[in-house]
Design a protein around this ligand. Structure first.
Ligand SMILES: [Zn+2]
Length: 326
């Protein structure tokens, strides 16, 4: 489906969730239950990121840092009902004006998980792939490369790099260093070359996790203890290696709330994804945590008819003890 058509269809669906009170119910539930809205972005526009902060503030949410989340997990501070954690993956250059400057102006904490090789070299591997594909130099898409064994992917990328020049779309080392010193900004790791970790062997995973952390720590002069899995892909093996390397928390892209229960697993913390370019209605549903769970449920049924009603589905994905459905 073309992107514009996809966005239009999803906008209509999202509006139906808003008009039927599903969003209002989920918002009230999120504000009054023991759950944190854990969100991730990639490269939002300034307008998108600012709108997101304003919408969450207007609806009564308050923003907490990743350090706060760890203190909640360790029982050092009470569980903060009605709170939001903002994270951003990759370290895109546009994050500096569009995320960092906006976060500082609104006094909102943000954690940015940075891949170090693109920072050193200029671009992410899928930018090389996209350009090579556009020029007809390769038959593969980035989705196909994501499924290949790591050694195969690396070999293909080395060949592509000789043929294209995608320029720079990642932050520079100086930019990472500069923003790390700002209030409200935390830097986390996101591997060195942004491989799909489940396609790597054990040695490759250790190297990716060690190199990226060493580089980030040498650039910013601070310890780096938090991590986000590239593409959200992980298994118990990756979680165990992070634990062995004494990382403290790691985020997936499993679309669930951060609850006392999900906080028990330090290396599989969930997040809801904000979709850049989608409608505001869809992103309201995404931020409030109903979009992905509802879509997953709906996709299992012929004619998109769920057996359970939407409020029951939201109820299942939240901790017990919240208010009754309105
Ligand atoms: Zn990433």
């Amino acid at each position: 489906m073309r992107k514009s058509l996809r966005n239009l269809v999803c906008q209509v669906v999202a509006h139906s969730f808003i008009l039927t009170g599903v969003v209002r119910y989920a918002t009230r539930k999120a504000l009054n239950s023991k759950c944190i809205l854990s969100l991730y972005f990639h490269k939002p526009s300034k307008a998108e990121f600012e709108w997101c902060i304003q919408w969450l503030k207007k609806n009564g949410f308050r923003f907490i840092s990743l350090d706060d989340v760890e203190r909640v997990k360790n029982g050092e501070i009470p569980f903060p009902k009605g709170s939001v954690l903002l994270t951003v993956d990759d370290g895109w250059r546009s994050n500096v004006p569009n995320v960092v400057e906006v976060a500082i102006r609104h006094e909102v904490p943000v954690t940015i998980f940075v891949s170090t090789s693109p920072v050193e070299e200029g671009a992410y591997w899928w930018s090389y792939v996209h350009q090579a594909k556009q020029k007809g130099l390769i038959p593969y898409t980035k989705y196909e490369l994501k499924k290949m064994p790591e050694q195969t992917r690396v070999g293909i990328l080395q060949e592509i790099k000789k043929k294209v020049n995608p320029g720079r779309d990642a932050m520079t080392v100086d930019e990472v260093k500069t923003i790390s010193a700002y209030p409200y900004i935390t830097i986390g790791a996101h591997t060195h070359t942004h491989p799909i970790l489940i396609n790597c062997n054990q040695k490759q995973i250790y190297e990716e996790l060690k190199i990226s952390r060493q580089k980030l720590e040498s650039w910013i002069g601070k310890e780096v203890d938090y991590f986000a899995y590239p593409n959200g892909d992980y298994s118990t093996r990756e979680a165990q290696i992070l634990k062995n390397l004494k990382y403290r928390l790691a985020f997936s892209s499993d679309p669930k709330y951060l609850t006392p229960e999900s906080l028990r697993n330090s290396f599989t913390l969930p997040r809801f994804g904000f979709l850049e370019g989608a409608s505001t209605a869809e992103n309201i549903c995404r931020m409030i945590g109903i979009w992905q769970p509802l879509m997953m449920k709906l996709s299992r049924f012929p004619y998109l008819k769920p057996k359970k009603n939407n409020k029951e589905i939201i109820q299942e994905s939240m901790p017990k003890g919240g208010p009754s459905p309105a």
